[in-house]
Write a protein that binds this ligand. Structure first.
Ligand code: CMX
Length: 437
């Protein structure tokens, strides 16, 4: 059985050749044009990044190396005794473009478990932070601190050649993914349950099994399975989203993977991006409080209008690219539908009913280009039902997951020798001059 690194050693050379060919034969071929609206509209719609692992279709949603979410659910190995795909198998797919065998997925699990311990100084650092500091700030600081032991940074200082960059980057990336569960769980336990000790690492478990254990939910198999699905699904969402793009941009300066991903996490912590899953629960809870026990479509509609008329966005709805319900939202709700205890949950029912009403209200409101739910509309309610009720923590779980896609790109960017990112900017005066000419 080939390891992840050995598999990468096989798949990288043909891709390097492909890039060389594209550059030599088509470097000057025009594939699109730039409109003023792209420049002033956050580069929305501008196809100007290289990203191998996933493609987001506005209607169909995400595909990982061509595989849809249902394909991945069918093909990617699960953990022993479980049904949901593991984070390791998703990471393998993203990195190599290949579906791993169960043995390969298990081997990667074992390798990550070996790398999963936190340096003592990082533990002490996390323990010293105030409980009032947002969990996402703590996560980003913890990840940045891991760069103390960066293999890439040490090798760069020693002096290495460009073709060797990716192997040191891979080393850091695997260490980062491996340490994230311990880091993220320690933040949760420190802030919300500092009275009990954190479960030790179980060498027989996969990454998310250990994460669930350390969070304190290891006894709840359904919760652990939900976390596996959640973390695999949030792994990558094309290159242009704010967290992925940030990690990629910072990585292009040859800042090591820890610094690059810490930057990505800071982007994920914005309410228009990953923080929306925290915001959804906060908003749904406020709605529940206001409308009480009798939840009707009319009550929900009224609350939606109140939010919109108050000048706020409806969290969990809309998207920069998607123009249909997010298939990740669909997959997470399917999980909820498959379990009677989740079907009976008032929080989940409220989320489901909101999804039935909100699109029409948002269409009538007439602003958003996509009135349908995105992944954040559903991701928190199952966590809430199973007892992870501290919703300020939710984006941290997203952050554990999004590392899968971000590190994949860091490895590939170094393997392909991609340059430092440096787009050109215009002032408004310069744009007007350009338009007149
Ligand atoms: N509620 C109310 N208004 C919304 C809206 C929503 N859910 N979504 C978009 N709009 C508004 C925008 O604020 C914008 O208004 P202005 O013209 O006054 O600025 C208008 O509709 C057009 O926006 P758009 O082109 O449809 O959407 P964008 O690509 O600019 O933004 C997003 C996309 C996700 C930031 C936006 O839909 C939003 O704010 N949604 C709510 C927050 C959310 O759920 N974010 C999570 C996204 C997924 C993720 O990254 O995790």
């Amino acid at each position: 059985t080939k390891t992840l690194k050995e598999t990468l050693q096989e798949v990288i050379p043909p891709k390097q050749e492909q890039l060389k060919r594209l550059k030599a034969e088509h470097g000057h071929t025009v594939v699109g044009d730039v409109k003023v609206e792209n420049i002033i509209g956050g580069m929305r719609g501008l196809k100007a990044m290289l990203w191998e692992a996933s493609v987001l279709d506005p209607i169909e949603g995400i595909r990982f190396h061509g595989l849809s979410i249902p394909d991945c659910q069918k093909l990617l190995p699960s953990s022993p005794g479980g049904k949901e795909m593991t984070a390791e198998s998703m990471l393998w797919l993203l990195m190599t473009g290949k579906v791993p065998t169960p043995e390969q997925s298990k081997q990667l699990s074992d390798e990550l478990v070996e790398r999963g311990e936190l340096p003592t100084f990082v533990e002490k650092f996390l323990d010293s932070l105030p409980k009032t500091l947002h969990p996402m700030s703590q996560l980003s600081m913890g990840v940045a601190a891991l760069n103390h032991d960066s293999a890439f940074q040490a090798a760069y200082e020693r002096g290495i050649k460009k073709p060797d960059y990716w192997t040191y980057t891979l080393e850091d990336c695997l260490n980062l993914v491996a340490k994230l569960p311990a880091l993220a769980a320690r933040i949760y336990r420190n802030i919300y349950h500092s009275d009990k000790s954190i479960a030790p690492t179980d060498r027989n478990l996969d990454l998310v099994g250990n994460y669930s254990n350390k969070l304190g939910f290891g006894d709840n198999q359904a919760m652990t399975e939900y976390l596996r699905l959640y973390i695999a699904l949030h792994g990558d969402h094309e290159g242009g989203n704010a967290s992925a793009h940030t990690a990629h941009l910072v990585g292009s300066t040859l800042a090591d993977p820890y610094l690059s991903y810490a930057a990505g996490l800071n982007a994920l912590a914005g309410p228009l991006h990953g923080l929306a899953n925290q915001e959804v629960l906060r908003w749904q809870m406020a709605m529940q409080k206001e409308i009480g026990d009798t939840i009707t479509h009319d009550n929900i509609k009224e609350y939606l209008w109140k939010t919109l008329k108050g000048g706020q966005v409806v969290p969990g709805y809309g998207h920069g690219v998607l123009r249909n319900p997010d298939p990740r939202f669909v997959a997470l709700l399917e999980f909820a539908k498959s379990r009677p205890e989740l079907q009976a949950s008032p929080t989940i029912q409220l989320v489901q009913q909101t999804a039935e009403v909100a699109p029409d209200v948002l269409k009538e409101h007439g602003k958003t280009k996509n009135p349908y739910p995105n992944v954040d509309a559903a991701s928190g309610c199952v966590l809430y039902h199973y007892g992870l009720t501290e919703f300020k923590y939710y984006t941290v779980i997203f952050g554990v997951s999004r590392a899968l896609g971000a590190v994949t790109q860091l490895v590939w960017a170094r393997a392909l020798g991609l340059p430092i990112e440096r787009p050109k900017s215009y002032s408004m005066d310069a744009l007007e001059k350009l338009i007149k000419n």
